[in-house]
Design a protein around this ligand. Structure first.
Ligand SMILES: [Zn+2]
Length: 101
């Protein structure tokens, strides 16, 4: 919480747009960027931890999914079919836009 307060009580009147230069690839990013546009280096440690946590969650879920799929492969077939339908509907949308354009 101290960090947050420090930010709020920071130098007043200095809200100039200061781009964040990436320390890895040197690309300039907007001040509120949480990670680099060029190389996806995380600027915000909290954000980096969040991404790691998400990856862990995903791994966990994938493990559970593969266990479930092994038990009932027909569920996997259903999912794949649903994904295919989803992809097709998205493709139809973009192709109709192309026709219009
Ligand atoms: Zn970068």
């Amino acid at each position: 919480m101290d960090e947050l307060e420090a930010k709020n009580n920071g130098p007043s009147g200095t809200t100039a747009y200061v781009p964040i230069a990436c320390s890895r690839c040197g690309k300039n990013n907007s001040p509120d960027a949480k990670c680099c546009n060029g190389c996806v280096l995380a600027f915000d440690l909290e954000y980096a931890a969040e991404v790691d946590q998400r990856k862990e969650d995903m791994k966990d879920k994938m493990d559970r999914l593969s266990t479930e799929f092994a038990k009932s492969p027909e569920v996997l077939d259903m999912l794949l079919k649903a994904l295919e339908t989803l992809k097709n509907s998205q493709r139809n949308k973009s192709s109709s836009a192309e026709v219009l354009g």
